[in-house]
Design a binder for this molecule. Structure first.
Ligand code: AMP
Ligand code: MG
Length: 409
C-alpha cells in the first residue's frame, strides 16, 4: 500500500497540462475570469501610453523651480490648462507653467509636476512655494511600467481581476485560454438512486455525483455526468470505455473496495488500463484506485463512502484537474499550520484526515473540528467545512491547542 505522499507523487507524475496549441479557445475578456492563459501576451503599446501627471497641480520646468521657497517663490506664467483626456497644444518655455490634473498628458517642455498644495494662484500666474524634491517628480513616464514588445503576461496564469485589467489596458479584448478539462463522472452501486426518485428499502441517494460535479466545476473543469452504473461488469465496462474516450479525466465513485460487487479494477484491466494505485495508507480513502489508459486519460476510482470520496477528491483529484488545466503555479495542494481547538485522535496506522473549519482568529489560524461523527459514511457534517486537518502515520494524539497541518479545500 502506498503512502499518501507516494500516491501524490505518482499521480502528479502521470498527468501533464493540456496542449497549449490544440487545447485552447478564444474568449472575450469579459468571459475570461478564472480561465488559464494559454500563451504569453505581448502588447505593442507602452504603459503609461504617454508621460502624464500623478497629481493635480502645475507642469513646470524643474530648472525654473528648483530654488523655490515660501520666501522666494518661483513665479511662472500659466500658458495652458490641461485636463485629463486633452492633448496639450503648447510647449512650456522657461518661466512658464501649465495647469494640469491627475492623469493628464504632460506638455512638451515640462519635466516635473508641482502639486497644487505647494503653490499659490494669482490670476494667470502661479507661485511655486516649495521646490520639488527632484526632477520628474509626480510625472508618470511613458513606458515606465511596461515597454511595448516585452512580455506583458506569461502563459499558465489564472486570469482574475488584476490580469483582466492589464489585458484591457493593452486593448486585448479577446484572449487565448486553455479549454476547460473535461471530467467524466459516474457513480457505481446497485443501491443508488437519483435524488428525484422515492427510496425503496435499502436504497440510498447518489449524492457523490452531485458533489463531484460541483467540485469539478469549482476546480475549473467541465463535468460530463454519466449517471449511475449498476455493479454489473458489462454495464461498468460500457461506462468506463465511454468515459475514457470522451474525457481528459474520469472519476467514478464506489466499487473499488474488496467486496464481492467491487468490479472497477477488474474492468479497468480488461480495458487495458494500467493500474498505478490500488490502495493508499489514508483514512478515509484507503481503496483509492488510480489508472491510466493508452490515450493518457487518468482514471480515479474513488471509494463510495461520501466522506472518502470527497477527501480523496480534495487531496488528489483537485490538484490534478488544476495541473491539467494548464496552471503553471498554484495547482499543488495548499497546506498551512493551524492550532486545533479540539483534540484529534487516530490509531496511527494510516494518515488520517479530519474535516472541519479553518478560522482566522486575531491573525492566527485555528482548526475547528466538525461536530458529530467523523465517519466516512457521514456526509452531513461535511457541510460548511473548508479544511482537512492531517495526522501523520504513527501519530495518535494532537492535543487541543497544539499545531496541526491543515489542507485547504
Ligand atoms: P463502495 O465503495 O461501493 O463499497 O460504497 C461504500 C458505501 O458508500 C455504500 O454502501 C454506500 O453507502 C455509499 N455510497 C456509494 N456510492 C455512493 C454515492 N454515489 N453516493 C452516496 N453514497 C454512496
Ligand atoms: Mg458499491
Amino acid at each position: 500500500m502506498l503512502s499518501v505522499s507516494e500516491a501524490e507523487a505518482t499521480i502528479f507524475n502521470l498527468v501533464s497540462p493540456l496542449d497549449n496549441q490544440q487545447d485552447t479557445e478564444i474568449v472575450d475578456l469579459l468571459a475570461a475570469d478564472s480561465r488559464i492563459l494559454a500563451s504569453a501576451v505581448t502588447s505593442q503599446m507602452h504603459f503609461p501610453y504617454w508621460d502624464n501627471s500623478a497629481m493635480d497641480g502645475y507642469a513646470v520646468r524643474y530648472a525654473d523651480v528648483q530654488q523655490a521657497t515660501q520666501q522666494q517663490p518661483a513665479i511662472l506664467e500659466i500658458v495652458e490648462e490641461i485636463p485629463a483626456g486633452y492633448q496639450p497644444q503648447s510647449t512650456i518655455e522657461p518661466g512658464q507653467a501649465a495647469r494640469i490634473f491627475t492623469g493628464a498628458v504632460l506638455p512638451a517642455g515640462a519635466d516635473t509636476v508641482v502639486m497644487q498644495e505647494n503653490t499659490q494662484r494669482q490670476e494667470n500666474r502661479v507661485l511655486i512655494l516649495t521646490a520639488p524634491q527632484k526632477p520628474q517628480e509626480f510625472v508618470r513616464q511613458r513606458a515606465a511600467y511596461y515597454q511595448a514588445g516585452t512580455q506583458l503576461l506569461p502563459p499558465g496564469i489564472m486570469l482574475n481581476g488584476a490580469e483582466i485589467a492589464v489585458l484591457a489596458t493593452a486593448q486585448c479584448t479577446q484572449v487565448s485560454v486553455y479549454r476547460r478539462p473535461r471530467v467524466a463522472i459516474f457513480s457505481t452501486g446497485n443501491e443508488l438512486v437519483p435524488p428525484k426518485k422515492p427510496l425503496q428499502p435499502g436504497q440510498i441517494v447518489d449524492s457523490n455525483q452531485y458533489a463531484l460535479a460541483a467540485l469539478v466545476r469549482q476546480s475549473g473543469a467541465e463535468p460530463l455526468m454519466l449517471g449511475i452504473v449498476p455493479d454489473e461488469p458489462p454495464a461498468l465496462e460500457k461506462a468506463i470505455a465511454y468515459a475514457v474516450s470522451n474525457a481528459d479525466i474520469v472519476i467514478s465513485s464506489g466499487g473499488v473496495s474488496v467486496g464481492d460487487y467491487d468490479y472497477v479494477q477488474q474492468i479497468i484491466e480488461s480495458l487495458k488500463g494500467k493500474i498505478h494505485i490500488q490502495a493508499v495508507a489514508m483514512k478515509p480513502g484507503k481503496p483509492l484506485t488510480v489508472a491510466t489508459f493508452r490515450n493518457q486519460v487518468i482514471y480515479f476510482g474513488l471509494p463510495g463512502n461520501p466522506a472518502s470520496a470527497l477527501v480523496t477528491f480534495w487531496r488528489f483529484v483537485q490538484p490534478t484537474i488544476k495541473k491539467v488545466s494548464g496552471l503553471v503555479d498554484g495547482w499543488q495542494p495548499k497546506f498551512i499550520k493551524a492550532f486545533t481547538r479540539q483534540e484529534l485522535r487516530s490509531d496511527g496506522k494510516r494518515e488520517t484526515y479530519f474535516w472541519g473549519k479553518l478560522h482566522l482568529q486575531n491573525g492566527i489560524y485555528e482548526f475547528q473540528l466538525a461536530g458529530g461523527s467523523q465517519s466516512s459514511g457521514n456526509l452531513i457534517n461535511l457541510a460548511q467545512t473548508n479544511a482537512l486537518a492531517v495526522m501523520s502515520v504513527g501519530q495518535t494524539l494532537i492535543s487541543s491547542g497544539e499545531e496541526v497541518q491543515v489542507l485547504l479545500n
